[in-house]
Design a binder for this molecule. Structure first.
Ligand code: ATP
Ligand code: MG
Length: 402
């Protein structure tokens, strides 16, 4: 942990430009936290006492995008990456436990830092003058603690999403949640019901992939279970203990928690739909749970068909979940699936060296019959009964249509 944070030139250049125009400018939020921890931040946010109009004038030589001008944010797009510049602000009243009704700008850095959620996220860094740490963020990084800025109950009441953000940072940074903040997290878990599903899902996904995920899921099962739906507290505890044996992918880890809770496909579908995932995410999670919850294939042909139905990623993830939950046959199934994927065996109709057009032209059939012949050919190919070669498939199709 250091007092000095490495600031790349393209970020320092923007700080300098603002300062040359008479304004204050600090790095704030996650990039300061990561920098103090000696990690390379994935992006940089600046805060300034300049109004958005003043920022635009001071940075007129930059390519600027008005990404959130109402909230005071202008983004400078540089060749090395974007930098968000936000005017110091105070969040207005949070009427819906979600977002402030209004924000007002302020000239006081302290007020901007006070509105931030956790002490580790509430430091500012001036590339020349050093760290501004009004709430002991550095000490808490040293002790690996997530602590609310101010009164936890009040801060969670303002924005219920912070309950999940506390779990997310505890997992991703591998920190503990300080006692008072933790007690408040449990008391205020109900607020999550009023938060938009998209925001909830985004935090849950990050939380599940952090190095502390197992500990956090186990320790806060009663907070997570009702938020997620489709899982039980006991299932979360069981899943949490196995989480380290799965890959840190949101779909795989969510599927683990459903599978460990014994959720059936209908429960999972309903719960996943409630999280407002993308179509692809939803398909991936449901397929993975299906693989994790059904009998493992015990032959090469069966494994090929499963891969064809559920896709390679979901199949292997589902098998890994079974292994993590103690199915001794799963490692062998994973090996078999891996070999099939590596060889590039035919597992789907689309992999056949013959297509619907070929059948229509070659045999004058149409409609459902085309699909039926292709399905039968796929079955034969995945069973090693016919080679996946055009001539062999034509000959076989002819037999099937006789
Ligand atoms: P990450 O590395 O995931 O981007 P981050 O700390 O940058 O982490 P963001 O969600 O990008 O997290 O938020 C940026 C900063 O804005 C936070 O560090 C925090 O200071 C503040 N912040 C974000 N969301 C909230 C919130 N709901 N309540 C209070 N402060 C918040
Ligand atoms: Mg960020």
């Amino acid at each position: 942990m250091t007092e000095k944070v490495a600031v790349p030139d393209y970020v320092a250049g923007i700080c300098d430009a603002l300062r040359e125009n008479g304004f204050e400018s600090y790095l704030v939020g996650g990039c300061v936290r990561d920098g103090v921890m000696g990690k390379t931040p994935h992006d940089y946010d600046l805060a300034t006492n300049a109004s958005p109009e003043e920022v635009k004038r001071a940075l007129s030589s930059y390519r600027l995008v008005e990404t959130g001008i109402r909230h005071g944010t202008v983004t400078a797009v540089t060749d090395s990456g974007p930098v968000e510049i936000t005017t110091y602000r105070i969040d207005g009243e949070y009427k819906d436990n979600r977002h402030p009704e209004s924000v007002s700008f302020t000239g006081d850095l302290k007020l901007d830092l006070m509105r931030r959620d956790f002490t580790v996220n509430a430091m500012a860094y001036d590339p020349r003058g050093g760290l501004v740490d009004l709430f002991s963020g550095r000490e808490h990084i040293g002790k690996k603690l997530i602590v609310c800025v101010g009164d936890p109950d009040a801060r969670f009441d303002e924005d219920g999403l912070r309950v999940l953000r506390a779990l997310r940072f505890a997992s991703v940074l591998d920190f503990e949640i300080e006692e008072k903040t933790a007690a408040s997290v449990r008391r205020k878990a109900g607020l999550l019901a009023g938060i938009s599903r998209e925001r909830v899902f985004s935090e849950i996904k990050k939380m599940l992939c952090g190095p502390g995920a197992g500990r956090v899921v186990k320790g806060f099962a009663e907070v997570i279970a009702p938020t997620l739906g489709g899982v039980t507290e006991e299932g979360l505890v069981r899943g949490a203990e196995a989480i380290g044996m799965t890959e840190p992918s949101p779909a795989e880890r969510l599927a683990l928690l459903y599978a460990a809770s014994g959720a059936d496909e209908a429960d999972v579908t309903e719960s996943v739909r409630g999280l407002k995932p993308s179509r692809a995410e939803s398909r991936e999670i449901i397929s993975t749970v299906r693989v994790a919850s059904s009998r493992l294939p015990d032959s090469v042909p069966e494994t090929r068909r499963l891969l064809g139905r559920e896709g390679g990623k979901a199949t292997v993830a589902g098998m890994r979940i079974r292994a993590a939950l103690g199915d001794g046959n799963a490692p062998e199934a994973i090996r078999t699936a891996g070999e099939i994927i590596f060889r590039g065996d035919c597992v789907r109709v689309a992999d056949l060296k013959i297509n619907g057009g070929d059948l229509i032209r070659g045999f004058g059939i149409s409609g459902e019959r085309v699909g039926k012949v292709l399905d039968d050919l796929l079955y034969l190919v995945t069973s090693d009964a016919v080679k996946n070669e055009k001539n062999a498939l034509f000959a076989e199709a002819e037999k099937l249509l006789r």
